[in-house]
Design a protein around this ligand. Structure first.
Ligand SMILES: [Zn+2]
Length: 265
């Protein structure tokens, strides 16, 4: 049963559905004849006809909570794979800046795809029949950049926390930025290379601090804060840019070449 304190129309309410905190907007409508629930990428909206109570809308959501949570899950999956917005076409975030990505296809080239940072953009040179997709080469290249930057920060932070990790893994989870295992192995999401350096520094500091303090106690946060003053700003950046960071690289680069053989998506 969803729970909510003082419900009123046209404000965002947080209700509990199947154990999930769901943001729900109750909108009063003069024209609607029936209660209606709309689930979009932005959340849940309940349209309440003028002659009905908001409590009726809440009960309606409660009676349909399985449907609502299923729709929310669907929206979440859509969000994870949705195409970049217009602004992002042919561009990728790299160290916090939007940079252009160009794919250059060369007939009869048999060498492996080559990725390079040139001027203000990234170029991917491929043979016209290359078996490796340009997006895969771009990801490998970004992973390499991520590993190098993470190691650099790590060497620095290691001196502050007096700990060194056992092993380092570069992962591709969509939901996790970093992890510290009980064995003292650290893993980091390669997508962090899309974020500004201070964000990378914060995640490295966070996981390195876990080598000394495994929990999220006050002592842990004080340690993180003493090494990395931008912790709050970094967390905020990751929340605001989650969609752009989780972008599917193939939607940026794997499309049909134009007549000149140069791909400008
Ligand atoms: Zn943690």
């Amino acid at each position: 049963m969803p729970q909510a304190e003082a419900i009123c129309t046209n404000t965002l309410q947080h209700i509990l559905l199947d154990g999930q905190d769901v943001a729900c907007r109750f909108v009063c409508s003069k024209t609607a004849k029936k209660l209606r629930i709309k689930v979009t990428l932005d959340g849940v909206e309940v349209v309440v006809p003028e002659d009905r109570e908001v409590q009726d809308g809440l009960a309606f959501v409660a009676n349909n909570q399985a449907w609502v949570t299923a729709q929310l899950e669907r929206a979440r999956q859509l969000r994870a794979v949705r195409r970049p917005d217009k602004r992002m076409q042919g561009q990728v975030l790299f160290r916090g800046e939007l940079v252009s990505v160009k794919v250059l296809r060369i007939d009869r080239r048999i060498a492996p795809n080559k990725v390079a940072l040139e001027g203000s953009g990234i170029s991917i040179t491929c043979g016209s029949d290359a078996r490796t997709p340009a997006s895969r080469s771009l990801e490998n290249w970004l992973r390499k950049q991520a590993r190098e930057s993470i190691k650099k920060h790590m060497a620095d932070v290691a001196k502050r926390v007096n700990r060194t990790p056992n092993r380092i893994y570069i992962m591709g989870q969509r939901t996790k930025w970093g992890n510290c295992s009980a064995l003292g192995n650290l893993s980091f999401n390669w997508r962090l290379i899309m974020a500004p350096d201070y964000v990378l520094r914060y995640i490295v500091t966070h996981e390195m601090a876990h080598l000394a303090i495994p929990d999220h106690s006050r002592r842990f946060w004080m340690t993180v804060q003493s090494i990395c003053q931008n912790a709050d700003r970094a967390r905020q950046w990751l929340i605001s840019n989650a969609d752009n960071i989780k972008i599917n690289l193939s939607t940026i680069v794997d499309s049909v070449p134009d007549k000149q053989g140069i791909l400008t998506t």
